[in-house]
Design a protein around this ligand. Structure first.
Ligand SMILES: [Zn+2]
Length: 137
């Protein structure tokens, strides 16, 4: 859950609002930030989804607001873990991940039973997002 900054201090994980193009607010983006030098960076696990979202907005987006946790499992988990109020212990997040994976697998079985291809695809994507576990390494 932590990362060492270039300045040598530990970075902590937070949820932040990212403003794109001065118009689009993307809320609840998980970032690492350093209290010592104010450096911050988007956590690698969510970068593909964030860049994907920005790519879909195009060069001249309308004024709008997104909740990043609605399109990314990591962000959603961290919102649930209330990472901004109290830094979660790695084992808390691990427990949440397990819970979430179990819930998604239940839904996956249901989707398969119903033969709902769109739902299966969506659940697959969400499970894949969670299977990138380097964050806890
Ligand atoms: Zn730093």
């Amino acid at each position: 859950m932590r990362k060492t900054c270039h300045c040598g201090e530990m970075m902590t994980m937070k949820l932040r609002t990212v403003i794109y193009s001065g118009k689009v607010e993307i809320d609840n983006v998980p970032i690492f930030s350093c209290a010592a030098c104010s450096r911050s960076e988007v956590i690698p696990e969510v970068k593909p989804d964030l860049t994907g979202l920005i790519a879909r907005l195009g060069a001249e987006p309308d004024k709008q607001t997104f909740l990043f946790n609605e399109c990314n499992e990591w962000a959603d988990l961290l919102v649930e873990a209330k990472v901004n109020k109290k830094p979660p212990e790695p084992q808390d997040v691990e427990a949440l991940i397990q819970q979430r994976i179990n819930t998604l697998l239940d839904l996956y079985l249901l989707a398969q039973t119903l033969g709902d291809e769109a739902w299966i695809t969506e659940l697959n994507k969400r499970l894949q997002q969670l299977s990138k576990r380097s964050l806890l390494a």
